[in-house]
Write a protein of this length. Structure first.
Lengths: 880, 110
């Protein structure tokens, strides 16, 4: 605004100078005509008239444009704020903090939910959701993709791809990498142009004499090929198949999904053919590919949706497929829309949750700042009365307050943007960057223009809220009495607006605190749940055996050899392996509990010998899976106690057989384990398990997880384990390695992060509400100084005064608590599905919140009360 | 006579400036002399009018040193100002004709 002021000042000076020169010329004219200088000057001045008036009139030609008026108002606003720097700084910092915090969160949620993956041109991309009998699946089958892409005119082009874990074997070793097998249209649809070479062609989609081709990421090119210039045309070995590198993807592109981290792209069909999986890909009933399309030019989402619904009804039926209805749902593409991750599933919920918190905290803080402003507005009531009596309109006075609010809002916005830039960089470092499958999640929360726009919106909303209360108050009150009263005059009437704001703040604090409290308690319950196995000092080592073993029996033999070798490592007390680790998805099997009974859903996993022992679980009946099972012939399995009781009530389970869908032969129960959460934290309570001996039902070579229980320190164990595994076969690289605690945290970190954020917000709101109440009380006290003075003079004791003040304050607190509790209960009821192990009316949470808030409020009321009680009555009365 | 019809002062100023750039004082003097002392333009009206014309881009102003070594702000007609003046002149002539027709004593028409 300074340039404007300078500009205006210059114009003022210029007008002055112009009028001055006019006057000079008039005088000189008269002198030249023979008048004496004195008389000439006098007459010229008289003729000139009022100089001030002329100047004002001239100046007014230039001012009174809307922008300049706004600037002038803003200048007044800034000047007013400058006069009370402490208060203004407090207001700005409060709003900046809340906007900054909200912007940070919005930025995080926005980057998780709305941003496309880096490098992807998201414009007009849509993800297809395949809905069968109302059940939506993010994946479709490849034959269905072919059918739709041939039939559609609204989605041009379309792509299909599947995720794969690959082992890349180069001259200096084997590496586990994430990759994608995709149709040739993949790169075209996403508008990805290679920085070197080309992408694969339609012809290369089928495997022919020229062999497999691959596009690699710039990341892989740098990490594994040292950015060598002759990369195009080089061959590499992927999962044991020779592939020719034909292109390098642009630097930031690592796949379409959030945290995907893909490093290699190969043709979908050709790879399936090379891997002997052509038949699986051709299964119309098996959803295996993610499908994405780009809306053809001029086609709306609705039009495409209508067309695809029609096509979906015409989809051919696979043999034995018994669905009744079928449709395809289109979603605007986002990096999480096609994902199956917890983040994607919970995304909309988080967004709603955070929007509510955002709104509430903004309200609280604005209520507070409004209260501060209101307090000052009362002090400035006389100034406003003077302005009014000089003819300032209501609108003009309201404008002054709005200008003040705007000045605060803009300053706060700038500060908030800085704050958000800082926090969005700091927060990803606090988060656990892995998901349950060992994929590293790369967060980029840096705010973009949309987020900054959102912050601006918040700032404007804040401004409106902050300036509304004093503006309304200034306009509503009859200001005449204020002019008559002295400078220290008593302002009549208690401000109901101010009290209302305090109640509101307290209520919101209660709401936030209870929500945060419930989230914390829920999390505590979750992590304190007895899993049924010993989670301490247990290491999970996931390896990929695809390059080291060709067949399922060879796979198991390799793992057995590795287990044998690990047993000899110093500090290792027990070793076993499993096809799937804890806290990853196990296979679900419906198990018939006899004729007529509803089938039980059982989670299945194939495990190595000594599994129970390594997990620290003692069987209730029978025995653990052991190394001699294979010699006994039948497929050995362990079931949990609840399942055994359900299948064979009142009878011993050991020796019984159970038919599972996955195997031709029934499994024989070798042992019964106590109930526990063997597959990790789940939302369903009371899960059932069948642990099948991997030696009998050998899983094909793929990712396998070795469990190592160690007695030594982690630092010693990890390198020794790595060496032992490489000594057995260095073609089976470690995909990832983590402790059981870390593995379990892969589920809880999100809830954890949520609880921490909620806690921060709630704590902040409590602090703010307390300060707010203190400010309001202190202000009331100041206004009622004389009242107290009179009462003390009439013989009231300090205690009387103090307790009356505190009582008044606590009435406000009680109102806030009551409203807040009601809001809290309503919110918690809505969140019921997210709470784990506690009810929305958890008494301990509410008791805690009430105690905390009452204590804080007591402090806020006591301090002003204490001061009120020590007023010198003479002083107070003299001020009148 | 000091009250002028709104807009008339603007026209008079533009008319004065037709003969070349001039500063505020000389404009006032020219109007006064040209009207045989009938129009005495007050500074309180002259300068707002000049600045209004400047704002509307009908005149342009610049600081110059006058013949007798005084710094003064000189105003000059812009092409837009010249066009505006032409329009105003014809409007004024119509107005004068209309007023004259109205004010002529009865029976003297034709």
């Amino acid at each position: 605004m300074r340039w404007l002021a300078r500009f205006r000042r210059r114009r003022d000076e210029e007008i002055d100078e112009e009028l001055e020169s006019h006057l000079r010329m008039a005088i000189q004219d008269r002198i030249e005509r023979g008048e004496p200088p004195d008389a000439a000057r006098r007459r010229a001045l008289a003729e000139f008239g009022s100089r001030t008036l002329a100047k004002e009139a001239t100046r007014s030609v230039w001012t009174w444009t809307a922008i300049e008026q706004l600037a002038a108002d803003l200048q007044i606003g800034v000047r007013v704020l400058w006069r009370a720097p402490a208060l203004s700084a407090a207001a700005i910092v409060l709003i900046a903090l809340v906007i900054g915090g909200n912007t940070t969160i919005f930025s995080m949620v926005h980057s998780i939910l709305a941003k496309p993956a880096p490098g992807v041109a998201a414009d007009r991309l849509v993800t297809l959701g395949w809905v069968t009998d109302g059940d939506e699946h993010p994946d479709g089958s490849y034959p269905n993709y072919l059918y739709v892409s041939a039939a559609t005119t609204t989605l041009r082009p379309m792509l299909a791809f599947a995720f794969n874990r690959f082992i890349l074997t180069t001259g200096d070793g084997s590496y586990a990498i994430q990759g994608v097998t995709a149709t040739a249209s993949y790169f075209e649809t996403l508008a990805i142009r290679p920085i070197k070479g080309r992408t694969f062609t339609d012809r290369e989609e089928r495997l022919d004499a020229s062999g497999l081709v691959a596009v690699i990421s710039q990341h892989l090119w740098r990490e594994r090929f040292a950015e060598s210039a002759d990369i195009i045309g080089r061959t590499t070995v992927v999962n044991g198949h020779v592939a020719t590198i034909v292109g390098v993807a642009p630097p930031d592109f690592r796949g379409v999904l959030f945290g995907e981290g893909s490093d290699i792209w190969m043709p979908l069909v050709a790879y399936a053919e090379a891997d002997g999986a052509r038949a699986t890909l051709a299964d119309r009933a098996a959803p295996r590919v993610v499908t994405i399309g780009r809306l053809a030019p001029g086609v709306s989402l609705t039009a495409a949706q209508a067309e695809l619904a029609t096509i979906a009804r015409q989809l051919p039926r696979a043999p034995g497929d018994a669905w009744r209805s079928r449709t395809i749902q289109l979603f605007p593409y986002s990096a999480t829309a096609a994902g199956d991750s917890l983040v994607a599933q919970r995304g909309p919920w988080f967004l709603a949750m955070f929007s509510i918190i955002t709104g509430l905290t903004l309200l609280i803080v604005c209520a507070n700042v409004a209260n501060l402003m209101l307090a000052r507005a009362v002090v400035r009531a006389r100034e406003m009365a003077v302005r009014r009596s000089f003819g300032a309109s209501h609108a003009r006075i309201a404008r002054i307050f709005i200008a003040e609010g705007l000045a605060i809002g803009m300053a706060a916005w700038a500060a908030a943007a800085l704050f958000a830039f800082w926090t969005t960089r700091a927060i990803p470092r606090l988060m656990k960057p892995f998901d349950g499958n060992g994929s590293r999640i790369a967060f980029d929360f840096t705010p973009d223009w949309q987020v900054l726009g959102y912050a601006m919106l918040l700032a404007l909303a804040g401004t409106a809220l902050v300036s509304a209360a004093p503006a309304i108050r200034a306009c509503r009150h009859d200001l005449q009495p204020l002019l008559k009263a002295g400078e220290q005059g008593v302002v009549p009437g208690r401000s109901s607006v101010s009290t209302g704001l305090v109640v509101l703040q307290l209520a919101f604090s209660v709401l936030l605190l209870t929500t945060a409290g419930l989230a914390y308690r829920s999390l505590a319950m979750l992590t304190a749940t007895d899993l049924g196995f010993d989670r301490d000092k247990l290491l999970l080592v996931t390896i990929n055996t695809r390059a080291a073993a060709r067949t399922a029996p060879a796979n198991v033999a390799l793992l057995d050899a590795m287990v044998e070798r690990l047993r000899t490592v110093r500090g290792v007390t027990a070793v076993t392996y499993a096809r799937r680790p804890v806290q990853a998805f196990w296979w679900m099997e419906p198990v018939s509990a006899g004729a007529g009974a509803a089938p039980l859903v059982v989670e299945r996993n194939e495990v190595g010998p000594g599994y129970l022992r390594a997990m620290g679980v003692a069987p209730i009946a029978g025995r653990d899976i052991d190394a001699h099972d294979a010699a006994r012939g039948a497929v050995a399995a362990i079931v949990n106690q609840r399942l055994a009781a359900a299948l064979w009530p009142g009878q011993p389970a050991v020796g019984r057989t159970l038919q599972l869908r996955a195997y031709r032969e029934p499994v024989v129960v070798a042992g019964v384990a106590p109930d526990g959460l063997y597959s990790g934290y789940r939302r369903q309570s009371d899960p059932n398990f069948v642990l099948v001996s991997a030696r009998h039902a050998p899983p094909p070579p793929d990712e396998m997880t070795i469990y190592v229980r160690y007695a030594s320190s982690l630092d010693e164990a990890v390198p020794a384990i790595g060496r032992a595994l490489r000594a057995v076969d260095d073609r089976a690289p470690i995909v990832y390695l983590r402790t059981m605690d870390e593995q379990l945290a892969s589920l809880t970190w999100l809830v954890d992060a949520l609880a921490i954020l909620l806690g921060l917000f709630a704590g902040g709101s409590l602090l703010i509400a307390t300060i707010g109440q203190y400010a309001a009380m202190a202000f009331t006290m100041r206004r009622r100084m004389r009242d107290f003075g009179v009462r003390i003079a009439l013989g009231a004791s300090t205690r009387d005064i103090a307790s009356s003040v505190v009582r008044e304050g606590l009435r406000v607190t009680a109102a806030g608590l009551a409203i807040g509790a009601a809001l809290g209960l309503a919110t918690a009821a809505a969140l019921r599905s997210m709470l784990f192990g506690i009810t929305p009316t958890d008494a301990r949470t509410y008791a805690g919140v009430f105690a905390l808030l009452a204590a804080a409020s007591l402090v806020a009321c006591y301090l002003p009360a204490h001061r009120a009680a020590r007023i010198d009555p003479m002083q107070a009365l003299r001020d009148e | 006579m000091s009250e002028l019809l709104q807009g008339t002062l603007d026209m008079l100023i533009l008319q004065t400036l037709r003969w070349g750039p001039a500063h505020g004082y000389s404009i006032a003097q020219a109007i006064r002399a040209g009207s045989r002392d009938v129009f005495r333009v007050e500074t309180g009206s002259l300068y707002p009018a000049l600045h209004r014309l400047e704002k509307r881009r009908l005149v342009r102003a610049e600081w110059r040193t006058s013949a007798n070594k005084q710094r003064a702000k000189y105003y000059r007609l812009t092409p837009a100002g010249r066009r505006h003046l032409t329009r105003e002149q014809s409007r004024w002539r119509q107005l004068v004709h209309a007023v004259r027709a109205l004010m002529r004593p009865r029976g003297q028409e034709g």
